[in-house]
Design a protein around this ligand. Structure first.
Ligand code: OOG
Ligand code: NI
Length: 463
């Protein structure tokens, strides 16, 4: 390789994700404990299910199964968000989806920066759920202004990180040396700072307005607040967390345990109280604490169509109307039972989900389909004749109600607060400096392309 050859964005992202993992395990030892629990449970699950092992072996790389799938940060200003977009673009991560969390009592709106396309996702799936603080939702005008002034004065990217991003934009990529420097420089943005940039008094006022406001405004940068490996058995990890000395949130977010998993199930351990020094009088530091950082796990299922998603939302609302999960876990069993019961209305076999138009699938030719001659078949006939097969397309995005549950359990369970729902994708995209990709259109496109390819070949043989 020539010394100056550019490295792929996928490689930069993989290196970045590995560097973040190492830094976070070092910063938050409980996260390291969670990682080993996840690795153990994944190994046990694979050992007990050779069929699953064979299937995953064919599609995923088994030795990387327990690696991080996502992380999350919270930004303070439009300028931070638009620069973050440019940083992530160099790593092959693009904004997908718009999430309004105001409805759920959290004053942010968000997107997920993620690799797009099957090949990039399989090279390295790392994504970052990225939220932008909405000071406009904070009632106290004086506090809003003070907070805005603190945010305007901070600088979350190193000069070198900015220079390297500009270079990558100019040259269409980076060579290996610059890519390694970029990873190291960007890591600085996500690092934890135990010295706040506000006084204890201001921290308390921000905290009283909303704990999330304090988390964003009080620090030098948007510390990574969690990382999330993939588990093959989320119920088991949830059940075993207490044995490892870590406290899980009350319930697993998302759909219930099913034969055919849909969307996304997530749970986390509660954020830890950490020592922080606030700016004190006469230049002395004042000791205090802050709660923000935690660990999460996820298990993903099939991506749902708008129709499937509407059914999911309806069933989730119905469940929560029956039993609202209490933060202390006291009615967790009732909630799980209600969830399982209500979700009986969602088909639980792949063909049922597909035929009802609830999920997205990738179609491919079977061996028989590849050798076919002289057929002219529509899709259903071709499937029945064993010419075309289908596999669920994995959901790679997030769920606003689940995200709110994760936020809330980690901001302290008393943090629920009502805001008037005010989604504002137009303003978000203006601040971001570009449009977010529509997740449904994206999955529909993958399905359509696979279908056209199959039917094209099957019917070409007939022509
Ligand atoms: C983000 C919470 C959302 C998820 O997995 O849904 C999230 C945050 O706490 O900043 O990461
Ligand atoms: Ni998360």
């Amino acid at each position: 390789m020539k010394a100056n050859a550019q490295v792929s964005a996928d490689k930069i992202r993989a290196d970045f994700s590995a560097a973040m993992s190492a830094m976070y395990r070092d910063e938050v030892p409980a996260y390291g404990t969670l990682m080993s629990l996840v690795a153990d449970v994944n190994a046990e699950t694979l050992a007990a299910d050779p069929h699953l092992k064979a299937r995953l072996d064919a599609t995923d790389s088994l030795e990387r199964i327990s690696e991080e799938r996502h992380g999350a940060i919270r930004l303070g200003t439009p300028a931070e968000l638009s620069m973050m977009r440019r940083v992530f673009a160099v790593m092959g991560m693009f904004p997908v989806g718009y999430y309004d969390l105001s409805t759920a009592g959290v004053p942010v709106h968000s997107t997920a920066f993620r690799p797009v396309g099957a090949e990039s996702l399989s090279r390295n799936p790392f994504r970052v759920f990225t939220s932008l603080l909405r000071l406009d939702l904070i009632a106290d005008a004086a506090l809003r202004e003070e907070a805005a002034a603190v945010l305007a004065a901070r600088k979350i990217f190193t000069d070198e990180a900015v220079a390297l991003v500009e270079k990558a934009e100019r040259d269409g990529g980076l060579n290996a040396v610059d890519a390694a420097r970029l990873v190291a420089e960007v890591l600085e943005t996500f690092r934890w700072h135990d010295h706040a940039i506000v006084s204890a008094d201001m921290y308390r006022r921000l905290h009283d307005a909303h704990r999330l406001v304090a988390d964003v405004v009080s620090f030098k940068g948007p510390h990574i607040n969690h990382l999330t490996p993939r588990t093959l058995d989320i119920d088991k990890v949830q059940a075993r967390m207490p044995e490892e000395g870590i406290a899980p949130k009350a319930v697993v977010e998302g759909p219930p345990t099913r034969k055919c998993p849909i969307l996304l199930r997530q749970t986390s351990f509660k954020a830890l109280e950490e020592a922080v020094s606030f700016i004190g009088e006469d230049g002395r530091w004042q000791e205090g604490s802050h709660t923000a950082r935690f660990g999460e796990i996820e298990q993903r299922g099939v991506a749902l169509t708008p129709k499937g998603r509407a059914l999911y939302d309806q069933l989730l609302n119905e469940t929560r109307a029956r039993v609202r999960p209490a933060a202390d876990g006291s009615n967790a069993g009732d909630y799980e039972a209600a969830l399982a019961d209500v979700f009986k209305a969602f088909p639980d076999d792949w063909d049922g989900i597909r035929k009802a138009g609830l999920g997205y699938f990738r179609y491919s030719l079977t061996e028989k389909g590849m050798s076919v001659t002289g057929r002219n078949a529509d899709l259903e006939t071709a499937i029945e004749a064993g010419l075309i097969q289908f596999d669920p397309i994995v959901y790679e995005d997030f769920l606003p109600v689940s995200a709110a549950g994760i936020f809330q359990s980690n901001l302290g369970d008393d943090a629920t607060q009502d805001f008037v729902a005010s989604p504002n994708q137009v303003v978000f995209e203006r601040d971001l400096g570009g449009a977010v990709l529509d997740e449904f259109a994206h999955y529909a496109g993958i399905q359509r392309a696979s279908l056209e390819m199959c039917l094209g070949i099957v019917n070409m043989a007939a022509a």
